[in-house]
Design a protein around this ligand. Structure first.
Ligand code: DLL
Length: 440
């Protein structure tokens, strides 16, 4: 299957193939530094102080297991600046993603952190076979989302020509791909399928394009879906995993062998735990990924529970990298939905519904497919009083719900107003989400 692979590209061969002892040494030094940095934040001082955790108390890497976990809820509690470890004047960038409620999850970077994030991203792009001769069209959203700017900086660092077109407007995407000879795209897997459908619709086959690769991430996808995209577009698709808390799209990517994602262990310490017992699972078994970031000074995150389920692939990779690989993500341990690459917590939608006058007792969040893209519908019962109103008032309520939800979660849902008592009432735990997307 890999007979055609003749060259294994590296950005930093020495580090990427470093022996385990060397990686352990780097991780231990990095962890001590992160603990020192953590003690400069209000949040960790409060958490670590009573436990007597100091950099000197970390003697071997095994001591990591004695440190408490950090969760998304902790980030909410520390919002906005409780996890900042440097003076605000040293921060040059912030990014944010969805929190479970109104407060977003925010990260901060100094110039040095930003350089490290760009370098990590460049390393990932090289591992996936990108070169400075490539033209990269970044179809992920620019702004607070890391898939735009963090990937952009990494691609520039590598010397690729970057087209910062951002997401959406498929016709323009195709025109730019054609006119500028785009060779690599960065997009969610669902958007890649959508792109292919639009290509066919435009009457021009894939031969009009010079595309050879896609870097795909930000949402779960199966091996079958990857193959489907590869076959339809005639390109190679590289799975790329990250999260804004860990500086976005850089931490783990597939190398040219495309058999699991190398996680850059000189910059992150990965652990895989049983989400119930919180103990490490035996190497190779599935559990929740826990990450400690070592390449950020503005905002430490130690033993951060990603909620993502994966496993280590213990066999050595034919590429020669020593940084361990993780398997394709298989799900999450919380109720976060990923809709066209955007993270949505049902609690965010509930928050809007609960504060709106006229909204009744029951609601249902439905996620479905519209072609290859995801579609979000919020079905909501309104009160008998509101239901008795004229249709203009009901339409106005629907529009307010739509715009307030979309202001909070950044995607616009369809809102269906329902008569009181018309939505199914579940016995026991209320069922608030119906994910009707077919398993790919
Ligand atoms: O999605 C960062 C990113 C951008 C990664 C571009 C890759 C490419 P968040 O918005 O914080 O950040 O969402 C992070 O998305 O915890 C996973 O649940 C999911 N996710 C990200 N990449 C993958 C992937 C970015 N390759 C959350 N496969 C993570 C499956 C993924 N799920």
């Amino acid at each position: 299957m890999h007979g055609e692979i003749t060259e294994i590209p590296f950005l930093d061969r020495k580090t990427e193939t470093a022996p385990r002892e060397e990686l352990t040494r780097i991780q231990l030094a990095g962890l001590r530094e992160q603990v020192a940095s953590a003690l400069r934040t209000d949040f960790y001082r409060k958490k670590y102080g009573p436990l007597g955790i100091t950099p000197d108390s970390i003697r071997t890497l095994d001591d990591l297991r004695r440190l408490p976990f950090t969760t998304k809820n902790d980030l909410r509690e520390a919002y906005p600046f409780g996890l900042l470890a440097v003076p605000k004047s040293d921060v040059v960038r912030m990014h944010a993603s969805s929190g479970t409620t109104g407060s977003p999850t925010v990260i901060y970077l100094t110039q040095k952190d930003l350089d490290a994030a760009a370098d990590t991203m460049a390393r990932s792009l090289v591992a996936a076979g990108c070169t400075r001769d490539d033209v990269l069209q970044n179809m992920m959203t620019y702004g607070l989302f890391t898939g735009g700017l963090v990937l952009h900086y990494g691609a520039e660092r590598l010397g690729m020509m970057v087209i910062p077109i951002s997401s959406g407007n498929t016709i323009r995407q195709l025109k730019f791909m054609r006119d500028f000879g785009t060779t690599v795209v960065h997009a969610t897997p669902s958007y890649l399928l959508h792109l292919h459908a639009a290509m066919l619709e435009s009457g021009e086959g894939r031969s009009a394009y010079r595309l050879r690769k896609a870097i795909a991430g930000a949402e779960p996808h199966s091996e079958e879906l990857r193959r489907k995209i590869e076959d339809t577009l005639g390109i190679e698709v590289y799975n790329n995993y990250g999260m804004s808390e860990m500086n976005g799209p850089g931490p783990a990517i597939e190398c040219v062998f495309r058999q699991g994602m190398h996680i850059w262990e000189d910059r992150y310490i990965p652990e895989i735990i049983d989400p119930d017992t919180l103990e490490p699972v035996p190497e190779g078994e599935t559990g929740e990924l826990v990450l400690t970031i070592l390449c950020r000074s503005a905002m430490p995150l130690i033993r951060y529970r990603t909620r993502d389920l994966t496993r280590f692939l213990p066999e050595p990779c034919p590429c020669g990298r020593t940084h361990r690989r993780i398997a394709r993500l298989t799900g999450r341990t919380d109720d976060m939905l990923i809709i066209n690459g955007v993270n949505v917590f049902p609690s965010q939608i509930e928050e809007v519904l609960l504060r709106m006058k006229g909204v009744g007792a029951n609601y249902l969040i439905v996620v479905d497919k519209n072609g290859s893209l995801d579609k979000l519908t919020v079905q909501v019962e309104i009160t008998a009083e509101a239901f008795a109103d004229d249709s203009r008032a009901i339409n106005a309520l629907r529009e307010r719900l739509r715009s307030e939800i979309s202001a909070l979660i950044t995607i616009s849902p369809a809102v269906e107003i329902k008569e009181p008592g018309s939505l199914p009432v579940s016995e026991g735990k209320a069922k608030r989400v119906e994910d009707r997307r077919p398993p790919e």
